[in-house]
Design a protein around this ligand. Structure first.
Ligand SMILES: Cc1cc2nc3c(=O)[nH]c(=O)nc-3n(C[C@H](O)[C@H](O)[C@H](O)COP(=O)(O)OP(=O)(O)OC[C@H]3O[C@@H](n4cnc5c(N)ncnc54)[C@H](O)[C@@H]3O)c2cc1C
Length: 364
């Protein structure tokens, strides 16, 4: 089921000496590989499909749809979370927790719920008139994987037949050896199609991404209203270590894009959406301008409720996912990752949940 862009990336990678590897998720997974995706019979398997649907009939589980949690309820003379404030279809409820509250709203919204509840950077909370329950770096350390594209104008015979074709089947992992990063810090991913609307499959892409990323952004609420989204500053490539590796990554991406196996399936390859052909040399300044203009994330937000020791200034939760300085509350989702993993984030998030489920069942 591979597309022509998959095959071209594989051939170009091997020809350029990157090698072949069966499993890119293996610790030593260096080189071009088949790209792993959670799917069954061509359909993605979400955590809803994998976990929630099979459990829907349980007597001890109640699922409430259209529920928007605004903040927590507190009880007693210390910061103890006793329940949540939630709006369901315009009606307000305050369910009380029998044991504790587990917050799993993801790396963008978990920090927002905490901040609205008075758990976050004191200066931010005070500026919005929110009483401070715990002064913690909630919403700092926003991490993701910076990504840069080349767009491929595909020859007629090289296009996939339909937008339903699997978008990618091949990736290339390599170690940059730059910026003090570890092994397999970078990835290149084939894209057999780019969403152009109207079923147009004329373009594909190759992207390079910094998979061990250091640039830190922020998530900060702008109001106490839970319907107002928080402000997100990703600050992609703001860390010099990411910048030098992305410059090198773009150079390598161009080399792959100019390889004969890619030429054979394309009429033109462009630096992202600049409209400029990769046959043209860009000055270092022009490359930087393009990168700062067009660098995107990989939808892998993480790190905003960082796990760490009680004595570390950067910690929000302890190694048992308990919010430091607050009782009755844990955060269990991608936000607790201290560093963004050198992989796609879904599987690691599932493993965080599995691990914590075992600990909670054991009474931790
Ligand atoms: C478009 C896209 C494509 C992706 N593709 C991949 C991929 O191919 N492979 C991969 O590994 N990863 C992928 N990811 C990343 C992956 O989905 C995330 O890392 C993972 O879902 C994080 O899980 P989480 O539990 O932390 O948060 P989420 O999955 O975001 O779950 C948080 C849940 O909380 C709910 N919520 C938030 N705020 C509130 C509130 N105030 N009240 C009530 N409910 C609330 C949300 O609706 C959501 O259901 C992709 C992400 C996106 C956005």
């Amino acid at each position: 089921d591979w597309g022509n862009v998959d095959r071209a990336l594989k051939d170009a990678s091997i020809a350029l000496g990157y090698g072949w590897c069966e499993d890119h998720n293996a610790p030593e997974g260096t080189g071009a590989s088949p790209y792993a995706i959670n799917s069954r019979a061509g359909m993605r398997v979400s955590t809803n499909d994998g976990y929630l649907e099979p459990a829907r009939g349980r007597k001890n589980l109640q699922i409430v749809g259209n529920a928007l949690v605004s903040s927590f309820s507190f009880e007693g003379n210390r910061p103890h979370v006793s329940g949540v404030q939630v709006e369901v279809d315009g009606r307000h409820f305050s369910p009380r927790a029998t044991r504790e509250v587990l917050l799993c709203a993801g790396a963008i919204h978990s920090p927002a719920v905490l901040q609205r509840s008075g758990i976050g950077p004191a200066a931010l909370l005070k500026s919005l008139g929110i009483g401070v329950m715990a002064d913690l770096p909630v919403g700092e350390n926003l991490l993701d994987h910076p990504m840069m594209p080349l767009y491929l104008h595909l020859r007629d015979e090289a296009r996939v037949g339909t937008m339903m074709h699997r978008h990618t089947n091949c990736c290339l992992r390599y170690s940059s050896g730059l910026g003090g990063a570890g092994e397999n810090d970078m990835i290149v991913i084939a894209g057999n199609l780019v969403s152009l609307g109207g079923g147009d499959t004329s373009k594909g892409r190759l992207v390079v991404s910094v998979y061990q990323a250091f640039s830190q952004g922020t998530v900060r609420i702008v109001a106490t209203d839970p319907k107002r989204d928080p402000a997100i500053e990703e600050r992609m490539l703001s860390d010099e270590r990411d910048l030098v590796r992305m410059r090198d990554g773009v150079r390598r991406l161009r080399e792959l894009g100019r390889h004969e196996s890619v030429r054979a399936i394309t009429t033109r390859v462009e630096y992202g959406s600049t409209g400029c052909s990769i046959e043209d040399d860009l000055t270092p300044r022009e490359v930087d301008d393009w990168m700062f203009d067009e660098c995107s994330d990989a939808q892998h937000a993480s790190g905003t409720c960082r796990m760490g020791g009680h004595d570390e200034k950067t910690s929000v939760v302890d190694p048992d996912c308990r919010v430091i300085g607050v009782s009755g509350l844990r955060v269990i989702d991608a936000s607790v990752m201290p560093e963004v993993v050198r992989a796609n984030t879904h599987l690691s998030t599932v493993m965080i949940a599995e691990k914590m489920a075992d600990r909670l069942k054991a009474g931790a």
